[in-house]
Design a protein around this ligand. Structure first.
Ligand code: CAA
Length: 258
């Protein structure tokens, strides 16, 4: 891959968008490489994924404006669909995904972070949906996910004004869960990923499924989804192991995602 790097550290997979010349902007090739990278993640060995940006300045500075500048209506719609399909795949990826936002997360970059389950960022991070200043709407899920994360009123203000916000404001409105000095961002992301990875993967994945599927349906259907996920955990190796460890007052647990 030219623009997306994939490495692993123990049970954690790290996806790095690495196109420094364009501050990691998402052109068609970068999008395809992100999809191919996620498709290739070993879901048996890996228990949590981190997405970050190469270099120190940018997570992702948006969709590629040069590529979009000459697109027709049909091409624009197809480009939006391509990004949306891939971000939906990340959102519904069976493993938890953490966005470690190290700098600009604008437009498609903010949208990529919002397709991840959890966002943490560095002090120099900047978030925003600048699209209306370019004469377009957010196109990779921003009009839908921002309001689900920070509420409709704040999302409309940010999107209509195209105002970029710094890390402290992103934290205040709940767009990110934590802000760290730049050098601490990846260690903190790894710490969180390893904490998640130490829990029963079968249960973590069921929680993600229940939470994602439940948010789009009414509460009665949502709790029915939860009941199914809850029941599915029983008689698994990891449920028996987790409860046995508690009853035996044993700290070590051997979770195997079965
Ligand atoms: N697309 C294409 N190229 C981009 C880019 C983008 N989104 N963002 C940055 N670049 C390129 C610049 O053109 C520049 O290239 P050259 O050196 O060849 O001129 C290089 O990256 C470095 O950028 P700057 O010189 O502008 O760096 P800066 O530090 O002065 O500014 C910035 C950084 C504030 C992020 C500025 O680059 C910027 O505003 N970028 C665009 C951000 C944006 O509007 N993103 C939304 C795109 S639309 C979208 O994403 C639609 C969607 O929802 C799908």
């Amino acid at each position: 891959m030219e623009f997306v790097k994939y490495t692993t550290e123990g049970m954690v997979g790290i996806v790095t968008i690495d196109r420094p010349k364009a501050l990691n902007a998402l052109n068609s090739q970068v999008l395809t490489e992100i999809e191919q990278t996620f498709d290739a993640i070993d879901q048996e060995a890996i228990r949590c994924v981190i997405v970050t940006g190469g270099g120190e300045k940018s997570f992702v500075a948006g969709a590629d404006i040069a590529e979009m500048s000459s697109q027709t209506k049909e091409e624009g719609e197809a480009f939006g669909k391509k990004g949306n399909d891939i971000f939906l795949k990340i959102e519904s990826f069976p493993l938890p995904v953490i966005a470690a936002v190290n700098g600009f997360a604008l437009g498609g970059g903010c949208e990529l972070s919002m397709a991840c389950d959890i966002r943490i960022c560095s002090e120099n991070a900047m978030f925003g949906q600048p699209e209306v200043g370019l004469g377009i709407t957010p196109g990779f899920g921003g009009t839908q996910r921002l309001s689900r994360i920070v509420g409709m009123g704040m999302a409309k203000q940010l999107i209509f004004s195209a105002r970029n916000i710094k890390a402290d404001e992103a934290f205040r409105i709940g767009l990110v869960n934590a802000v760290y000095p730049a050098e601490e961002l990846m260690p903190q992301a790894m710490k969180l990923a390893n904490t998640i990875a130490a829990n029963a993967p079968i249960a973590v994945r069921a929680c993600k499924r229940a939470m994602n599927e439940g948010i789009s349906v009414d509460i009665a259907q949502a709790v029915a989804i939860e009941a199914k996920c809850f029941g599915d955990c029983f008689q698994t190796h990891d449920q028996i192991e987790g409860m046995s460890a508690f009853l035996e007052k044993r700290k070590e647990k051997n979770f195997i995602n079965k």
